[in-house]
Design a protein around this ligand. Structure first.
Ligand code: NDP
Length: 324
């Protein structure tokens, strides 16, 4: 049997994505071979493709997928052939029909969760987990601001924050997305034409919010700082609109002795135990109905370039899958 994968020879626009065929690899010591039923498409894949986050070339793309263990290498005790598994994070290469992974970076997919949901949302779900529970702990009664509330991370984070008892303010880029985000936000701000900080102040009786979760980056940085209460925290976790430009730390003092952090999932899942705990907490939130994890877009693996075009053109909502 042969494996299909999407690879790039150079950084660039979506046209650099190529479908390639290769021999099916065998797992080495500590590795598993996964027959993948679906791979998730994440914004980080566009950074790997464009070179904003450079990768070794030629190389694969994609950092999450789910499927069934086809074979295990020596020394693997966590899994056996036939187990349903998923992974999120690590080196790119998930856009493929089969993938070799270190067993230590793979998690079991519990019975109530479909492989599609695991493949489409594990990365975003684990991201929401560490953002809301470990980077800044959301507590009942707080009001929080989450940008791109109709997006992949945004949908999950908004629902989960609400389940934790928070009042959620979400931002979106158009009226259709506003209608979608209204399902899980107490206030939706369309940042294509509304003043985010002014709306946040009005909604919080002038106080501002204790935390802003910002995966949009350059376009929202100022409004995020201006929406915070004194000693509030800006959690800047992504660059969908481009990276935040350099700034003086003095701005944080001027705007209220603010905190700023720029976290990534890898640093919150350093050990196998952290990885398992983070994934389990997310899958439990889905099983309980705290988070409704939906797949909003599906593409054939060979159409990965179109998936990138749509994601970058802000045409997608929620999570996106490639089906090998
Ligand atoms: P999304 O599905 O949220 O897509 C990004 C959204 O950002 C768009 O749909 C769009 O929503 C909004 N956006 C605002 N400005 C732009 C722009 N100029 N170009 C494109 N999109 C824009 O993506 P993901 O869920 O995959 O990721 C969300 C963010 O989280 C990304 O920045 C990603 O890198 C980051 N991330 C960070 C992680 C971490 O650990 N640090 C882990 C996972 C994701 P709208 O039209 O409503 O504005």
């Amino acid at each position: 049997m042969r494996a299909l994968s999407i690879r790039i020879q150079q950084h660039g626009d979506p046209s650099v994505l190529e479908v390639t065929e290769s021999e099916l690899p065998s797992p080495a010591v500590g590795e598993v071979l996964i027959r993948q039923s679906a791979a998730g498409v994440n914004f980080i894949d566009t950074y790997h493709r464009s070179g904003l986050y450079p990768i070794a070339l030629p190389g694969g793309l994609g950092v999450e997928a789910a499927g069934v263990v086809e074979a295990i290498g020596a020394g693997v005790h966590e899994f056996k052939p036939g187990d349903r598994v998923a992974y999120a994070g690590g080196a790119p290469g998930a856009y493929a029909s089969h993938r070799i992974m270190p067993a230590a970076r793979v998690v079991p997919v519990p019975a109530p969760i479909s492989e599609e949901v695991a493949a489409a949302t594990l990365l975003r779900g684990m991201t929401a987990q560490y953002l809301l529970k470990r980077t800044f702990k959301v507590e009942s009664g707080m009001t929080v601001l989450i940008h791109a509330a109709a997006g992949g991370v945004g949908q999950i984070a908004c629902q989960w924050a609400r389940a934790l008892g928070a009042r959620v303010i979400g931002t979106v880029g158009n009226a259709d997305k506003a209608a979608l985000a209204a399902r899980w936000c107490d206030l939706v701000i369309d940042y294509s034409h509304e003043d985010v900080a002014a709306q946040v102040r009005a909604f919080t009786a002038g106080r501002g919010v204790p935390v802003v979760y910002d995966g949009v980056g350059a376009a929202t940085f100022e409004a995020s700082l201006d929406s915070l209460a004194p000693r509030g925290m800006l959690v800047s976790f992504g660059n969908a609109s481009g990276p935040v430009p350099p700034f003086s730390p003095g701005i944080l003092a001027q705007k209220g002795s603010l905190f700023l952090t720029r976290p990534t999932l890898g640093h919150y899942t350093l050990t196998r135990q952290e990885l398992i705990d983070t994934a389990e907490d997310y899958f439990t939130a889905v099983s309980r109905g705290d988070v409704i994890a939906e797949v909003h877009q599906r593409y054939a693996l060979a159409d990965a370039a179109q998936a990138h075009r749509d994601l970058e053109a802000r045409k997608t909502t929620g999570s996106t899958l490639l089906i090998p």
